[in-house]
Ligand binder design. Structure first.
Ligand SMILES: [Zn+2]
Length: 416
């Protein structure tokens, strides 16, 4: 009904307009030199309107023709992207299923459709690695690293590759670049620490170490690499403070104090180290300060006052007593140790020595044989052993040459 009313209105207006035009008087004239065009005013107005409508239609057609290639491209891109999304899903499925070759084919298809997007480059690299094609993976990671928004992803991949092939110098450079791209990454800090350990750059490993890291061992190792004596002394002090039970740190700090003419402080440090973890190396360093055999007995009494029942205390007391000719005292200490059932082979070796000192080599032979038999089933003497693989080392070193683990060599025994 409304439509009919509108139509009637338009017709009425059109009719009124025609009537108005027909009622118009006058004419339009154009004159140029000898040219003369003249027409009635209503006809001129109608021609003007028609000309405007034709011009408008032509312009619309023209602009539509101009936009046609862009519209076609957009239509195609949308199609390509949908197809690439499908290919990407197929890549993920293939990778999850372990079909690495199929994954790479799908990645290549998607790259042809939408180019080198970060996601496709990452998948290409991972698929190439899974297939064992490290060179292709490197190329993809390098392309990824060249994209500012995905730089970290590329560097992360290159870092993992460098670590896998054991190129620790390259790994260090890549890790430093990656740190610049992503300064707050905890994962990266742990990786850089691991790389520093592998490169045996103990100073850097110490700087990057976490709370769980063996800081005393790293500090001492860094001190051993340090060319500046002041800095080395400070690192040794830090090693001692970080872990007074870490004998190599105690010895290094005490030795430095002795070298600087501070024997009282050195002795206090050794005593503190002994209290924290009695160790024969500390005893040897302390006994070097006291050469008189009789005075040593008293000296050792003082030293072991706080650790009387510790096997190392028993052994040391027996040793200095025997050296001073106090065989009864030595035998007493060793017997106490033996009664614990924890005595190691050193106890029986020293008992043999006591036997020889008391009765002479010939008379002691039979008793010695008993000690040796007992020693055969006793635990071996403690030593510097790797806490990771158990390999034995003659002296403390920062890195286990058997398994490559850093900072885990400690003083320990092995039960039989
Ligand atoms: Zn080891």
């Amino acid at each position: 009904m409304r439509l009919v009313v509108r139509l009637l209105l338009v017709l009425l207006l059109g009719f009124a307009g025609v009537m108005w035009l027909a009622g118009l008087e006058g004419s339009l004239e154009l004159r140029h030199a000898d040219l003369w065009i003249g027409m009635p005013l209503p006809a001129a107005l109608v021609a003007l309107v028609v000309a405007f409508l034709v011009m408008h239609a032509l312009l619309r057609i023209w602009s539509s023709l101009l936009a046609w290639p862009a519209r076609r491209r957009a239509r195609l891109t949308t199609g390509d992207r949908a197809e690439a999304d499908l290919a990407l899903t197929r890549v993920l499925v293939a990778l999850a299923a372990g079909r690495t070759h199929a994954a790479r084919i799908e990645v290549a298809r998607a790259r042809r459709l939408v180019g080198d997007t970060p996601q496709l480059l990452l998948l290409e690299a991972e698929a190439a690695r899974a297939e064992g094609d490290e060179d292709a993976a490197t190329s993809a990671f390098e392309l990824l690293a060249a994209l500012p928004e995905a730089r970290f992803l590329g560097l992360r991949g290159l870092l993992r590759q460098a670590e896998a092939r054991g190129d620790w110098d390259a790994a260090r450079t890549i890790a430093a670049d990656a740190q610049a791209a992503e300064p707050a990454s905890d994962w990266l800090r742990a990786e850089r620490s691991e790389v520093a350990l592998r490169r045996q750059d103990w100073g850097e490993a110490l700087e990057l170490s976490t709370a769980e890291a063996p800081r005393a061992a790293l500090s001492l190792a860094a001190a051993q690499q340090e060319s500046d004596p002041m800095r080395a002394a400070e690192l040794e002090r830090q090693a001692f403070l970080a872990e007074p039970s870490f004998t190599p740190g105690v010895l290094a700090h005490a030795t430095r104090l002795l070298d600087r003419g501070n024997p009282r402080r050195a002795r206090a440090v050794l005593q503190q180290g002994w209290n924290a973890a009695p160790n024969p190396d500390i005893a040897a360093a302390l006994l070097a300060l006291e050469t008189d055999r009789i005075r040593r007995v008293r000296f050792v009494d003082e030293l072991t006052r706080g650790t009387l029942a510790h096997p190392e205390s028993r052994l040391l007391r027996a040793q200095v007593a025997l050296d001073a000719g106090l065989t009864g005292r030595a035998r007493h200490e060793l017997s106490l140790w033996r009664e614990t059932g924890q005595a190691d082979q050193r106890c029986y070796a020293l008992l043999s020595e006591v036997e020889r000192a008391e009765h002479g080599p010939d008379a002691a032979r039979e008793r010695e044989a008993d000690w040796l038999r007992e020693a055969a089933s006793a635990p071996v003497a403690p030593g510097w052993r790797c806490g990771h693989c158990g390999a034995e080392h003659k002296e403390w070193v920062p890195l286990c040459d058997n398994c490559g683990t850093a900072g885990l060599i400690g003083w320990s025994g092995v039960s039989r």
